[in-house]
Structure formats: structure tokens, C-alpha cells
Design a protein. Structure first.
Lengths: 135, 135
DNA sequence: GTACTTCTTAAAGTTAACTTGAAGTCAAGA
DNA sequence: TCTTGACTTCAAGTTAACTTTAAGAAGTAC
């Protein structure tokens, strides 16, 4: 089984070596084997990194991912905490989704302002959205 | 016409006094009149702040808002730059929207993982989404 | 006149997720 | 042997949008 240097792992995972060292310091990656001081990784690190990236894309913070990887996944019965975490994150995503959609409609409204009293228009658009309870 | 202290403005606008001072230092607010060293604002500051908040909710950064308020709005023909800015921001919002929706579907997929090999499931869910070009 | 509140400034702290820089080690190649 | 390239650590820098802190001044109430 091939052992990978930090820059090989970095290239294959699409991150920088410094990112991997950083992940190590914050406890996201285990301390790898060393050969004359240099890190050597098993290939399995790549799927761990993929999990991290997937979780990141799903909106988890690195702290949450660390908890997930180190505390929840290795535990005997991860179900409860895991589902709680995902459900909570799903809630956050829904809120964020509404927020983004609100931003969009705000922009779409504002783009129909004439140029004459642009500031006034932005102001009244903001007020209108406030009225609509879209905040 | 009543003149407002910084904390009155702050309360009415729903921000902290320190935020107003900060806005002043970054050029978002003009230097207000002083009475024995203390800031006094005309009520019109409130609609300017509302414009700032609206623009912020629309996803503009403070730097963009500063440019908008100081450079574009006071200029004779703001049309082009203004529309460009809003269109670009609308693009960004659409991208963000897709991203958030992607996060959601990722989470919804992952929540259907059994507990047995959760890490594997997250990994393969991530791969699946990669395949779908949803990244 | 003193206690209290609100204001002032300038500088440093906060958060997340890294990145950059400085100074040094190590192994391989010409 | 000398150079080159990749690695090492640790500390500090980056970005955005503020917040906090410290130390002090000014106005108001009693």
C-alpha cells in the first residue's frame, strides 16, 4: 500500500498542504506516521478528507465535523446525536434558503427602480419587504 | 427638527452605537455635527441607515454599499454602474441559492443513511453528488 | 460637589478557516 | 559537496463586520 506525502494528498484532495496541517492541529485529522519528520499518509486519508469536504458542503462547520468524526461516529450508538445534528442543520439550511430568496426578490424589486430617486426607491423597497414580514 | 444622539439613532435603527462609529470610520456615514464633542444626527440619518440595512440584506458588502452611496448615487448618471452591480449581485444570489439547495439535498440524502456505516454513507453520498455535477 | 450616565477615542479582540512567512531539516541528484 | 526541492514548526497575517476595553470628558440629578 502506497504511502502518500502531504503534497500528494493535498493535490489529490484539492487542498493545500497547509490546510492539511491545519486540519491536524484542530483535530480533524489524526497525527500521521512520520518518516524522518515528514508526514506519510495511508490512502484511506483521502476518503476521510472526502467526508470532511462533503460535510463542509452540507454546511457543517469544522468544529461540528470534528465532533462528528471523533465523538459521534466512533461511538456505539450514534443515532440520536447524529440525527439531531443533521436535523438542526437542515433547519438552518431552510432558514438560509428563505433568506437568500428574500435577498433575490429584494434585488429584483430594486432593479425596477427608475434612476431618478434610486436611494428613495431602495428605501421604500426595504420598507415594503419589512411590511411583508419577509425579514 | 430634533437632533439625535448616537444612542438614540442606534436604538431606532436597531444597531449599537459602536456600529455607527464604525460605519463612520469606514466612510458609510458622513461625519455628523458635534455638540461639545458628541455626535448629533439629523433624522434623515435613519433613512440612510435603512438603505444600508436593506442593501446589506440584499447581500451587498459594506464596501459595495459605500461605493453605491458615495460614488454611484450622487453621480449624474448612475444607471450603468448601478445596474451592473445589481445584476452581478443577482447572479451571486442565484449561485448561492443553488449551493444552498445542494446542501439541503445532501443533508436529506444523508439523513436516510442507516447508522451502521454512517461514515461510508456520507462518503458515497458525497460521491453521488459529485457524479450528478451538483458541486 | 459628587455620583451617574452617556458620550469620546484608539487600540485590541472576535470568529472561521485558512494562508503566509521565516528559519531550518532532510534526502537525492550532478 | 553543493544545490535543489519538499518538507518541518511556529507565529503572525488575512477578511468582514463589528465588539470590547480602557481611560477620560461632559452634562444632569441631588
Amino acid at each position: 500500500m502506497a504511502e502518500l506525502t502531504i503534497s500528494q494528498v493535498a493535490r489529490q484532495a484539492g487542498v493545500r498542504p497547509s490546510t492539511l496541517r491545519y486540519y491536524e492541529t484542530v483535530g480533524l485529522l489524526p497525527n500521521p506516521k512520520r518518516i524522518s519528520g515528514q508526514r506519510r499518509y495511508a490512502e484511506s486519508i483521502l476518503s476521510r478528507l472526502a467526508v470532511i469536504q462533503t460535510a463542509q458542503q452540507a454546511g457543517f462547520t469544522l468544529t461540528e465535523i470534528r465532533i462528528l468524526l471523533n465523538d459521534i461516529l466512533p461511538s456505539a450508538s450514534p443515532t440520536l446525536q447524529w440525527h439531531d445534528l443533521v436535523q438542526r442543520k437542515l433547519q438552518e439550511m431552510n432558514t438560509l434558503l428563505q433568506h437568500v430568496q428574500h435577498m433575490k426578490s429584494l434585488l429584483e424589486d430594486v432593479i425596477h427602480c427608475g434612476d431618478v430617486q434610486l436611494a428613495d426607491c431602495i428605501y421604500s423597497t426595504g420598507q415594503k419587504h419589512k411590511m411583508m414580514g419577509n425579514d
